[in-house]
Design a protein around this ligand. Structure first.
Ligand SMILES: Nc1ncnc2c1ncn2[C@@H]1O[C@H](COP(=O)(O)OP(=O)(O)OP(=O)(O)O)[C@@H](O)[C@H]1O
Ligand SMILES: [Mg+2]
Length: 249
């Protein structure tokens, strides 16, 4: 379970996230969408304890991030848009290192299964400098999943992957949710989000414009039309009043 209550994030005098609340139960996948600069990455970083919240509460599997950051982080994995890896550790050494940090016992079979799932087995002895961009991303994902987190935060995880990689990543996210993880996923690839997410939250200028199941959010912006895509919903929800057609003003 991921619970965020009244999250505010300010950078100096600038407010990037304005009192955002959301709850993601086990098994749910929330798509966090919004225009560039809406506050998606800021929200994910605060929720994962990477940067401090200015105010508000984050609880991961019931553990309060401010009171017990190590306890909360034990239950989560955060996947940044740019994977950060250790230049001098091989793929296998990354997994060994992460297993030690998180105290994962008998991690080798799980690590091998993750490398196979992400098609990295052949690269087990390669250094990050010898991997393609997508492979680096997959390695970061293997590292993040090794401790079987209950909460997953993914920032633009599909960018840079090939079509098969995207499909595998989608399957992998859905499989983790089915196994009981709560997932928050930010992406601009709305047609792909539609296939993975159970819920969606539309953010603009740090404020929640709408959230709910895909069907609930669609019905709010579809004006009774059937089969309106998430992309169209996004455009309608985030359009500035000035963008609206003159007749609609
Ligand atoms: N470290 C920082 N210092 C100052 N301002 C920041 C910082 N990080 C982000 N911001 C500002 O906060 C706002 C939200 O940024 P954020 O990266 O959360 O947006 P985003 O929704 O992830 O956008 P994108 O779709 O482009 O990834 C932006 O106006 C950005 O300029
Ligand atoms: Mg971002």
């Amino acid at each position: 379970m991921i619970e965020i209550v009244e999250l505010v994030k300010q950078y100096g005098g600038f407010t990037a996230v304005r009192g955002l609340s959301l709850t993601v139960p086990p098994g749910a996948v929330l798509g966090l969408v919004g225009p560039n600069g809406a506050g998606k990455t800021s929200t994910l970083r605060c929720a994962a304890g990477i940067i401090p919240c200015t105010s508000g509460t984050v609880r991961i599997a019931g553990v309060d991030m401010a009171r017990d950051p190590v306890g909360a982080k034990r239950h989560l994995a955060f996947f940044p848009d740019e994977p950060r890896l250790f230049d001098h550790l091989t793929v296998r050494q990354h997994l060994n290192f992460v297993a030690r940090i998180y105290g994962v016992k008998d991690h080798e079979p799980l690590g091998a299964a993750l490398l196979a799932e992400l098609e990295l087995t052949e690269k087990a002895d390669a250094l990050p400098g010898e991997l393609s961009r997508g492979m680096k991303q997959k390695l970061a994902i293997a590292c993040g999943l090794l401790h079987s987190p209950k909460a997953l935060f993914l920032d633009e995880p599909l960018t840079g992957l090939d079509p098969l990689g995207i499909r595998r990543m989608k399957d992998s996210i859905v499989a983790r949710a089915k196994a009981g993880a709560a997932v928050v996923l930010s992406s601009h690839l709305l047609h792909l989000l539609e296939e993975v997410c159970t819920h969606v939250l539309i953010l603009k200028k740090g404020e929640k414009l709408a959230d709910g199941t895909l069907a609930e959010v669609s019905s709010r912006f579809s004006n009774g039309e059937a089969g309106v895509s998430l992309e169209e919903i996004f455009l309608r929800a985030t359009a500035d009043r000035d963008d609206a057609a003159p007749a609609a003003r």
